[in-house]
Design a protein around this ligand. Structure first.
Ligand code: AMP
Length: 250
């Protein structure tokens, strides 16, 4: 069984993001970049399924500029077998990413597409759903557990007030949620081994995809600065401020 894992290179989750002075976006120069955390969970799950003997090949796919290859190598070090890098210097919107992935899926015929539920830079939470629709494949989103056999995936997700378990026939798109697993650390020997794993570079044109921009970012701004807190003398003073200054109690 072949699993395709799309991964996105994003600003590291622990970096304090700075907005560019012209408000056209966020600073990415000299900023630590990493694999989108939900994609790391998807890679980890694919590796666990391979270790359990249910998967035979893990194909990593990422769309991005040249630096994306560093993140792809990390995915290969985590256990991916080979990778495809779709070159693009532009930040693509989810529909465009989904169209590129659709073209790769057409060539590769994976049994399962395992991807993050959302990228932490744009928080779109759209690509998996759009990809399933474009490919006319079943989808199961926000997986917190995945059981796999040759023809079906049983996927559990956390919903308000409980758990929802659905069964989808393969091939299918499954998106990962935070509690699916805890990704392993990459070991040095595996980083070395990953350098020799196959990484194919392709262009969007060679995939036969034509993209159209549907969105224009007007501006990106920082959230309002938080005012410094104050210490009050006691409960009465606190109640007074809540009642008369913040006006949050009657
Ligand atoms: P989004 O819809 O942008 O929140 O992204 C959801 C998921 O789509 C991510 O977790 C990735 O698995 C995948 N994805 C988004 N952008 C890319 C990209 N440039 N290359 C590969 N996969 C991507």
């Amino acid at each position: 069984m072949k699993v395709l894992v799309p991964i996105k290179r994003v600003i590291d989750a622990y970096v304090k993001v700075r907005v560019k002075s012209d408000q056209s976006g966020v600073e990415t120069q000299n900023v630590k970049m990493s694999m989108n955390p939900f994609d790391e969970i998807a890679v980890e799950e694919a590796v666990r399924l391979k270790e359990a003997g249910k998967v035979s090949e893990i194909l990593i796919v990422s769309i991005g500029d040249k630096s994306t290859q560093e993140t792809i190598r990390t995915a290969l070090a985590l256990g991916g077998d080979r990778a495809i890098h779709v070159q693009s210097d532009d930040a693509l919107e989810p529909l465009s990413v989904a169209k590129c992935l659709q073209a790769v899926i057409k060539n590769e015929n994976p049994h399962l597409i395992l991807m993050g539920k959302q990228a932490i830079d744009d928080d779109c939470n759209q690509t998996g759903q759009m990809l399933a629709a474009l490919c006319d494949l079943p989808q199961a989103t926000f997986a917190s557990n995945i059981e796999l056999n040759d023809s079906e995936a049983t996927v559990t997700s956390e919903v308000d007030g409980g758990l929802l378990t659905v069964k989808v026939s393969l091939p299918a798109v499954v998106t990962t949620d935070l509690r699916l697993n805890e990704p392993r650390y990459v070991s040095l020997p595996n980083i070395m081994k990953a350098k020799r794993k196959p990484l194919e570079e392709v262009t969007i044109e060679s995939l036969g995809v034509t993209l159209k921009q549907h969105q224009k970012v007007l501006k990106v701004t920082e959230p309002p600065k938080r005012e410094a807190g104050i210490k009050v003398d006691g409960v009465d003073a606190l109640l007074d401020k809540l009642r008369n200054e913040a006006k949050v109690i009657g």
